[in-house]
Design a protein around this ligand. Structure first.
Ligand SMILES: C[S@@+](CC[C@H](N)C(=O)[O-])C[C@H]1O[C@@H](n2cnc3c(N)ncnc32)[C@H](O)[C@@H]1O
Length: 185
């Protein structure tokens, strides 16, 4: 979640045609990336370990960021409001009901007109290894009220090749890259 300081740099990062694939980290690496670019950022995870590792990395790299152990289904508990929220690898873990709880929480922490950037597993990806596949229809239904979908495009996760794990070949699992704007009211 970011309160922007340098919007130009930020929008360059999310130029879809320049970056057809997205790299995904494990321990709030996206938070660290935006902290490095000078944004005021808060990263969350409901597990202690990823937050502990992210905090360590921030110290080692001399970066300033806030890290919180918290459930993304309780975003409404956060007192802060953000210009931007980034989800790379979370949305697709939620069931139908939880997805709606999550998006209600998002609406409460995103400022009106704020943007939500999402990268999630796509139903273009065959097989069942990895997280649940999400369809374009589900994305459109989830953000049907109170949101404006600005773009939904086919993308991929870029994963580190592992010779012992041939799960995702041909350039990594297929994904949706979605940009959604919170309504102004
Ligand atoms: C693919 S990783 C995120 C990677 C991260 N975006 C990055 O760039 O490093 C997904 C994370 O979501 C966390 N997670 C799953 N369910 C959650 C929930 N309900 N609330 C908060 N975090 C959750 C997991 O613990 C896991 O660390």
């Amino acid at each position: 979640m970011a309160n922007q300081r340098r919007p130009k740099t930020y929008s360059r990062k999310f130029n879809p045609s320049a970056e057809p694939r997205r790299a995904v980290g494990k321990y709030n690496d996206d938070t660290l990336l935006f902290a490095k670019r000078g944004h005021k950022v808060t990263g969350i995870d409901f597990l202690e370990e990823p937050i502990h590792i992210a905090k360590q990395k921030a110290v080692e790299r001399k970066l300033t960021a806030t890290f919180l152990v918290m459930d993304a289904l309780k975003l409404a508990d956060l007192p802060e409001h953000f210009d931007t929220v980034i989800d790379s690898g979370l949305f697709h873990v939620f069931s139908y009901d939880d997805r709606h709880r999550y998006v209600d929480g998002l609406a409460s922490v995103l400022k009106p007109g704020g943007r939500f950037y999402l990268l999630c597993f796509s139903d273009d990806e065959p097989g069942t290894i990895g997280p649940r596949r999400v369809s374009e229809k589900e994305i459109r239904e989830t953000f049907a009220e109170g949101w404006q979908i600005q773009s939904i495009e086919r993308s991929r996760y870029e994963v580190r090749p592992d010779p012992n794990d041939p799960s995702f070949k041909d350039g990594g699992p297929k994904a949706w890259f979605v940009v959604v704007c919170r309504a102004m009211y």
